[in-house]
Design a protein around this ligand. Sequence first.
Ligand code: O2Y
Ligand code: MN
Length: 597
Amino acid sequence: MTKHKKLSEWVREWAEWCQASQVHWCDGSSEENQRLLDEMTASGMGVRLNESKRPNSYYFQSDPSDVARVEDRTFICTPTKEDAGPNNNWADPAEMKETLRGFYRGCMQGRTLYVIPFSMGPLGSNIAHIGVQLTDSPYVVVNMRIMTRMGQAVLDLLGEDGEFVPCMHSIGSPLQPGQKDARWPCAPIEKKYISHFSETREIWSYGSGYGGNALLGKKCLALRIASYMAKEQGWLAEHMLIMGITNPEGKKKYIAAAFPSACGKTNLAMLIPAMPGWKVETVGDDIAWMKFGPDGRLYAINPEAGFFGVAPFTSMETNPNAMLSMKENSIFTNVGLTPDGDVWWEGIGHDMPAGTINWKNQVHDPASGQPCSHANARFTAPARQCPVIDVDWENPAGVPISAMLFGGRRPSTVPLVHQAFDWNHGVFLGSIVGSEVTAAAIGLKAGVRRDPFAMLPFCGYNMADYFGHWIRIGEAARDKSQLPKIFYVNWFRKDENGKWLWPGYGDNIRVLEWIFNRCDETVGADSKAIGLLPKKEDINTTGIESVAPNLDQLLDVNKELWLAECESIAENYAKFGDRLPAEIKAQFEALKKRLAE
Ligand code: O2Y
Ligand code: MN
């Protein structure tokens, strides 16, 4: 329990307003976790998987209206629309609170209000932050227990007056006496609201029980609210994986990488190098919080404690470390359930067993043309179970970052890898990130979506100001030479026939080798209009000789295509009007001038 008066009062007020049947303060113990899982299994919401196949693991199916983050129901409620920027749905904070207060009134009738104290980042780290989520979903509690450090230890750390981000959540489905509960209770799509009050650091989520809409530590706190806090306090909250790379000489560096959703961050974070002697270790697969350390370098922590990864097409071929991470103590949502009590999804690496139940709870008919698992079906697995988890993944001081990568799915134009000339040019590269659209969010148009820094759905304020914040971070560095070097990668380039030019996966280590060596300047580069490119011979193709001839195309910088790219960049920048920082405009002008030379 807690002696924190403000917290107790906040919980009491919401419990009363929502008319919760009871309040349960989560201690995070395995007994509590087991009780909730047993209750969900008994009610038919969850299924315990076969103990001999998937120990201590559970299966859930969501409502078909509740399968992914809902970007068009996500709001940033800053005092003015301009403060939220063209990148966000804005709503007036007072109006939004009034609307939601109306919805929250009585919304937990017949349900328990769970109080989840959680730390994003190792307990007590000076880069970490604490949140407290209220929820009426036991599914959310058991997922938060994997994804964060949760329970009594966090209350102890909060003490009597510690700071926390209040995170209010309800599935928006009160239960009347005698009413049979839905298997996955939630509100209809038009009543789902994922609202952020950036200035006052509050999250109010209503109507959804799924993923990023409901596990509020992840996208809501660790990115949208944290990005605003980071701007105010001079640090970075980024949509980035963090990995350690050790070369055959035993030298280790940490790299952070930002790719839009569904561009393979989890696969890269857990990569098995295709070149002998190299080692990759995982710190995190989705979010990085970075602060300057006492030595002037940027240090990163993974604020999360688990992986909430896309299941379809994850296999022992594509990502064995992810498969092994979820071999026990895991939760599966919207995948297939096999007759022998295990899970199955498209691309898992073996045929679907006959009689498998699909995510819509029907015996799956492969002839239906429909997938058995939803495209955004997820596994929730403890990070500590990853076979290549880094020794320092829970180091409260974080890990020193040598390089940052940006990238996306670009079938043409963008070369396999290029390096920024300097920090401000790197910020420019982050600002022009674009990718083919993802399945992780609904309601998107097909085609290339500009997703600056892979933060478009996750920046809690005007993105033009966010670009400015990155510029200021560069200026704040005590020693500019200590700043991470910035690169742009593109594993997804195709030839004229639509065939991949680069093998990807474990072979990406060949590109990482060049990046690693560029950090120490032990390898050269060709200066081109768009940045510094590898010389063909500096990308190691031993063992993939058939790919070597593709390097001409992979490293090609086509001026025509880049001039067209500039038009698309200009179109995107125009949204930000005068708020676009002068340094970014200068970088863009310099690029166009170099292309014209
Ligand atoms: O659709 C959701 O609720 C999950 S989205 C997600 C989950 C884990 C990591 N990244 C993402 C994302 O969309 O970037
Ligand atoms: Mn993500």
